[in-house]
Structures are given as C-alpha cells and as structure tokens.
Design a protein around this ligand. Structure first.
Ligand SMILES: Nc1ncnc2c1ncn2[C@@H]1O[C@H](COP(=O)(O)OP(=O)(O)OP(=O)(O)O)[C@@H](O)[C@H]1O
Ligand SMILES: [Mg+2]
Length: 307
C-alpha cells in the first residue's frame, strides 16, 4: 500500500514537474571536521524517518563508507561507475532489511584499496569533467527513475576537482565547520569563490563544538548567532564535542544502539531541518529568550548600538 501511494505520488510529481528528491553534498574547507560522521548519521536518520536515501562516498583519498557499514570489499565501486566501467545499480548496497529502516538506505562505497587511491590521485582535469557528467546522471537514475528522496555525497575537504564536482552536482551544500579561526577564514573564501558562483543553497552544521561546562542551549544560542552573522548563512545544527564519538567513531549502529544519546536527538532535529530546507524554505526558528539576548549582545558588540 505504502509503495502504491509512493508510485502514484511519483507519477504526479514527474508529470507536474515538481522537484524529485534532492542532492546534498556534505563538505568542509578543512579535513577532519566530521563530514563522514555527519553524512552517515544524517543518511541513517533520514532512512529511519521513512525517507529513501542513497549515501555516496566521494572521498576517494580516504574512503570510509564501506567500512562504516561493514561491507566487505566489493567487486565494483563508485570509482568504476565514474570510470564508465559499470552502471550505478551494479555498485549499490541496499541495507534497508539488514538494519530495518522505515524508509530505504542504499550506499555506494568508494574503493578503499591503495591502488584505487593512487589511481584516483592521478586523474586529470579532463577525467573529472567526464566524471561530472556521470555524477549529474545520478539525478536521473536515482532520484527520478528510482524515486529516491535524497542522494547524500560525502565529499573530500577543500576545493580539489573531486570536491568541486560534488558541489556543482548538489542542490544543497551542508558545510560542516568546527569553531577554529583558520577554518572560518578558509570556509568564508570557499563560500564566496565557489558556492556563490554556482548559486547554491547552503546550510551550516557546527560540529565538535566545545561545551565546557555550560548548557547546550546557551552554547547553541551563542554560536548560532555568531556564525549566522559571520557567514550570513543559516545554522541547521550545533553538535557538541562528544568523547564517546571520538573513541568509537560513528558507524551504522550508533543511532540505533543509542536512541536516547544527545547526538541522536540532535541528529533527529537536524534531519527535520534539512528536510524542510531542501524542499521549501527553512522552518522559521522561533528565537528563544537566550537567543534574543545573545543577538542583542552581539549587535551591540559589533555596532555599538543597543537594541
Ligand atoms: N561531534 C564529535 N565529537 C567528537 N568527535 C567527533 C565528532 N564528530 C566527528 N568526530 C571524530 O572526528 C574524527 C574525524 O571525523 P570524520 O572522519 O567524520 O571527519 P571528516 O571531515 O570526514 O574527515 P576527512 O576530511 O578526513 O574526510 C573521527 O575520529 C570522528 O569520530
Ligand atoms: Mg571523511
């Protein structure tokens, strides 16, 4: 019944020209900000909430997605798809039944072998131009034909060809930032010189945010106000630094095994915001009293004007 309804909806969307799904690229200026961690958790959370999602590993220098989901080395990978060595259906793993998601979760791992990493490092601009065509074709094959709601790209950091391809293909860029100043400057430049050039919809996710004995609400209000005015972009989520995540890393079982963990709760809120950000305007956040106080303090600090 559920599938029948979905098919009817899909048919009407196609015929009315309504957006069929969205491509989200998880990106950052610097490495190690938590992109893969966020990509895995967001893909899983959306699948747990009934969405149909495909998570694609586009970090060819340090592929991680296959490991995170305990996938044995596959014969074919996204590398082969981009090399025009196979079709996309040949590289997908459907994990829906294994993990019992309400929606659907497919993953497209990259090849983690040393030879493959070396091979991808040696690719030139011409190869990446062709690969861009293959990535763009995923919209048609996965979002339109298979009716998926989301393609999530786990990109590599910086502005190499591979990252640019992921940024260009996406409808939405989720920029995962930590709070250090070197990164803030780099990320600002990347937004101005890359994202704005392609007129992308961008949201910020602040990760590994130090709480230092304060309440999460207080820290969230403060960093949200600061980052929204610094980048002039909406903050879709603030994730604290969790020692247990550093210790174990986020793998496929984390959210399901830790349903009451603060990380899981925060991811749940982020998934809702990302969903409304992708298919409409961001749900207007009602500022808390604390947020209002921080906004006033911030404006006073920057302009000297008391509101
Ligand atoms: N909120 C968090 N709290 C503590 N540790 C975190 C958090 N998020 C991610 N980490 C840890 O930080 C490290 C880097 O995370 P991750 O691999 O997701 O980053 P990345 O941006 O994908 O890195 P790369 O640029 O190398 O691809 C991992 O050890 C991960 O477990
Ligand atoms: Mg990564």
């Amino acid at each position: 019944m559920q599938n029948k309804k979905r098919l009817i909806l899909h048919y009407y969307k196609v015929n009315l020209g309504i957006a069929l799904g969205a491509i989200i690229t998880i990106h950052s200026y610097k490495g190690g900000t938590g992109k893969t961690c966020v990509a895995i958790s967001l893909a899983e959370m959306l699948a747990m909430k009934g969405k149909r999602v495909c998570l694609v590993d586009l970090d060819f220098h340090a592929p991680n997605i296959g490991f995170a989901f305990d996938i044995e080395k596959a014969d074919l990978s996204i590398n082969d798809y981009l090399n025009v060595g196979c079709e996309v259906n040949d590289i997908l793993f459907d994990l829906t039944d294994r993990y019992g998601y309400d929606g659907r979760l497919l993953i497209a791992p990259a090849d983690p072998s040393i030879e493959a990493i070396r091979d991808m490092s040696a690719k030139d601009r011409k190869w990446y131009m062709r690969a861009l065509g293959r990535l763009l074709a995923l919209r048609n094959s996965l979002l339109e034909e298979q009716g998926l709601d989301y393609l999530i790209f786990d990109a590599s950091s910086g502005i190499g060809y591979s990252s640019i391809n992921a940024v260009v293909t996406a409808d939405i860029e989720l920029l995962v930032n930590n709070m250090d100043t070197v990164q803030i400057e780099g990320a600002k430049r990347m937004i101005e010189e890359l994202y704005d050039l392609f007129e992308k919809k961008i949201g910020l996710l602040l990760n590994k945010v130090p709480i230092k004995g304060r309440s999460l609400t207080e820290v969230e209000a403060q960093v949200t106000v600061e980052c929204e005015s610094l980048y002039n972009l909406p903050v879709l989520g603030v994730i604290p630094y969790f020692y247990e995540i550093l210790e174990t890393g986020v793998s496929s079982s984390f959210l399901k095994e830790n349903p009451t963990h603060l990380f899981t709760k925060i991811l749940e809120e982020i998934a809702v915001r990302v969903d409304s950000f992708s298919f409409g305007s961001l749900v207007v956040r009602k500022d808390s009293e604390l947020m209002k106080i921080y906004k006033e303090q911030f404006i006073k600090k920057v302009t000297g004007v008391r509101m």
